[in-house]
Structures are given as C-alpha cells and as structure tokens.
Ligand binder design. Structure first.
Ligand SMILES: *Cc1c(COP(=O)(O)O)cnc(C)c1O
Length: 432
C-alpha cells in the first residue's frame, strides 16, 4: 500500500497535491510519504510480532534524516554499511545499539568508530575482517559482537547486479566454510559471537528463494547457536516491491486482487518463514530497505521539450540519470504518470534526461499520455536507491527532498546550490 493516488485529475501524496509542491519547490523534486513509510514498517513489524525481533532499516536505500527519524520513532534499528551511515544514524536520532554493520570493506577506523558507539553487531564477510575486528577491539579493550554472513549459494533469481547470495558474488562466507570459521573465531579473545546472518539479494518478489536459503542454513544455524550461545539470526533484507503497476498497487483493493496473489507481502513472508524461524528460539533481525521506502517516494520532473524524430517521440525532462540512476544502472522500471491528468491520446514515448549519455533515459517506447512543454510528471516508486545514488554529473545540483504527512509538508533537504558543488575544489597555486 502507498499513498500516491489521484484525487480527480490531480496526483496527491497523502493530503497534498504533488503539483502544488512542484510549483512551490521547483523540479526535480523528491516527495516522500511519511504515512507510507510508517505503514510499511508497521506491516512488517506486525507480521514478525510472534518473534522476538528487530527491524534494521537498510539505510543505504534512503538515508534522508527525516525518513530515518520517521522509522527511528517507530523503534527501527538500522543496517549501516559505512561509518558515515552510522554518523547519520546518530544525526537522525537513531540508536547505535540497534545497528548492524554490513559490508565487505570495513576499515580499521570504521570498526573503531562502530565499537565506540556500541553497535549491536558487525556482520562479517570474511575471515581477515574478523581478525581485524579482534585486533581493534583488543586495542580498545572491548569485546566486539559479530555475526558471520553466510553465503548460502542460493540464487535470488533477481537482476544480476542485485543478487548477492551465490558464489559468483563477493558477499558473505561460503556455506561450507562457516563452521570452521566460528570455531576459529571463538578462540579470539576480543570477539563475541553474537549471531548468524545472511542476505541473498534485493527486489525478491517471490518467497521461495528465502525459504530455500533459510531451510538450507537452518541446521547449521541451530548447531552454531547451541555451540556458541548465539543470540540472533538474520535472514537479511531484500523484500521486493511492485514497480509495475505502482499506482494500482497503492490501493488496498489491488492487494485483494488476483494480480497480487503470490506477491511477496509481509503476510506471505511471515506465513512461510515464521514456522522455520520460531522454533530456533533466537532473536530474529531483518534488514529491509526497499520494501519500506521504495513505494513511499516519487521523483517529480517537468517537461522541457518534446522532440519528434522519424521513429521516436522523445519527452525531454529536467530530471536525469544523475537524479535517478536505476533505469540506466539496473534496467529498472518506474511508472511515469502526469501530475495533472489530461486524457486524450497516448503516444509511444521515450522519457529522457538532458545528460550526454545514451543511458540517460527513464523509459523507452512506452505508451504515455501526450504531454507538452511545462507539463509535469512523477516517476513513482523512486523512494529507494533514488536520491541516495544521485550525483553531480554535468554539474547538476542534487534535487530538493520534501516529506509529506497528511496535509503537512516540509523540506527534508534543500536543493543543493550550484556553487556548493565545487565547494571543496581549488585551482591549484601554480596555475594562477
Ligand atoms: C542492500 C542490503 C540490504 C537491503 O536490501 P533491500 O533490497 O533494499 O531490502 C540488506 N542487507 C544487506 C547486507 C544489504 O547489502
């Protein structure tokens, strides 16, 4: 469920007309729905209620402070992948004690910072990393809580750039090596074996790969938990969302419909996984990013030109791949809708940005309502891996972000000023 929908001809985010926001703040503009964030968090939290559990929002999906605070206020922890993200948790008012630290390249400095802040667990991706954590913890006279990220070698059957749980990927520790690593790690004086973790990939819309992976690791998890008195198990994040049709899937009726059957909802997730997880008697962590924030955000853009060539109808907009790279990077689909419906004919269109890259497009040959210069469009489901992946390519400032709650709205991040783009740069002395 999400709260981008038409009221008459106007697209609304909760109780606010998106077009009124575009007029007020300009474009490109990211709009987030607070109630949608809360709803998604709550649905997962309720589905996991029978378990002692903690949701750690994978903040790499969206690390805006207001988005994070919305979730922290609901009790969310965070999955961080850098010391910078952990500093953001603190800036957003989150609790480092509810944070897990993932990632294959943790530096000594990052480990030290996370230890000092008292994070819940390091999710370790290699043996050298465990040795390094032990060394840093010894220096600080601490015991570092860790979990090993198991790579179960189960394909998530998702896009190759977001599958992580097979031996083709750099992530986690090979299933067959895990037991021996726990045995060796248990001898390290400054390591506290606290849990076991896995994460098989992103945008999973079918529960089967989760089930297969959990079933595969379960006997091992039980054994490790018994041998080392582990406290938690995490089956990771990766719950997928509906990108197409995003608008329809925002309604409760859609979720009752035939099209929604078999979709990975929190209820389906719980139905299949709770019977496997509950008997473990461990605390269960999950680390969803996209599921919570994906459908809670839209990127709003204005049409600069419509350009017809022999074959194509190009709708050239003021947002570009530097604002939202997912179509270029992952071939991903975002539903594109007008802020104000006009009706009339549809035209097969390519919606493209202004950057000098052929990859700079949002859709190709898609039937869209006919638009003209000055019309505004929303790219839906842009809340996850949208703004966080934005860049200043072509010296384009980062977009403004606005949070909506009911009829209220406020800037959650100001539009970047052009001169701030080169703030740290210098013309070196000998050139002057
Ligand atoms: C990216 C990531 C997640 C979140 O993935 P989503 O698909 O956004 O849920 C969770 N855990 C780890 C280790 C990750 O790298």
């Amino acid at each position: 469920m999400h709260l981008f929908r038409y009221v008459g001809k106007n697209l609304f985010c909760e109780g606010v007309s998106v077009d009124s926001l575009a007029k007020k703040f300009g474009t490109p503009l990211y709009v987030y729905s607070q109630a949608t964030l809360e709803d998604h968090f709550q649905k997962l939290d309720s589905a996991l209620a029978p378990l002692d559990h903690l949701i750690c929002f994978a903040m790499k999906a969206n690390s805006n402070l207001s988005v994070m605070r919305t979730l922290a206020n609901r009790g969310s922890g965070f999955d961080v992948v850098s010391a910078g993200e952990l500093q953001r948790v603190i800036a957003a008012g989150g609790d480092p004690k509810k944070c897990v630290f993932a990632g294959v390249a943790k530096s000594e400095k990052e480990i030290e910072f996370a230890l000092q802040k008292g994070i819940y667990s390091f999710n370790c991706e290699s043996e050298p990393e465990i040795l390094r954590i032990n060394k840093v913890a010894a220096r600080l006279k601490k015991r570092a809580p860790i979990a090993v990220r198991i790579n179960p070698n189960v394909s998530a059957k998702t896009h190759s750039k977001i599958t992580t749980g097979t031996y083709e990927n750099k992530f986690g520790i090979q299933f067959e090596h895990v037991e021996a690593i726990y045995a060796r790690a248990s001898k390290l004086k400054n390591i506290w074996l606290r849990g076991v973790q896995m994460h098989i990939g992103s945008q999973l819309t079918d529960v089967t790969p989760y089930e297969l992976a959990v079933k595969k690791v379960l006997p091992l998890v039980k054994k490790l938990a018994a041998n080392y008195k582990l406290e938690f198990f995490s089956p990771g994040g990766g719950l997928g969302i509906i990108y197409n049709p995003a608008l329809a899937s925002g309604s409760n009726e859609w979720w009752q419909s035939k099209a929604a059957k078999g979709i990975l909802t929190p209820a389906v997730y719980a139905e299949k996984l709770l019977p496997l997880l509950k008997p473990l008697g461990l605390k269960i962590l999950i680390e969803p990013g996209r599921f919570i924030v994906g459908n809670a955000g839209a990127l709003v853009t204005q049409v600069e030109y419509v350009k017809r060539t022999g074959k194509k109808n190009f709708v050239i907009v003021d947002a570009a791949m530097n604002d939202l790279i997912r179509p270029a990077f992952y071939d991903s689909y975002h539903e594109i809708v007008p802020l104000v419906k006009k009706g009339g004919v549809t035209v097969s269109s390519d919606v493209v940005g202004g950057i000098c890259e052929s990859g700079d497009y949002f859709c190709k040959d898609r039937p869209l309502a006919k638009v003209g210069e000055g019309d505004r469009l929303a790219l839906l489901s842009a809340g996850a891996y949208g703004f966080v992946m934005a860049s200043n390519y072509n010296t384009r400032p980062l977009a403004v972000e606005v949070l909506v709650s009911g009829k209220k709205f406020a800037v959650a991040r100001e539009r970047q000023k052009v001169k701030d783009i080169w703030a740290g740069e210098k013309v070196v002395a000998w050139l002057k």
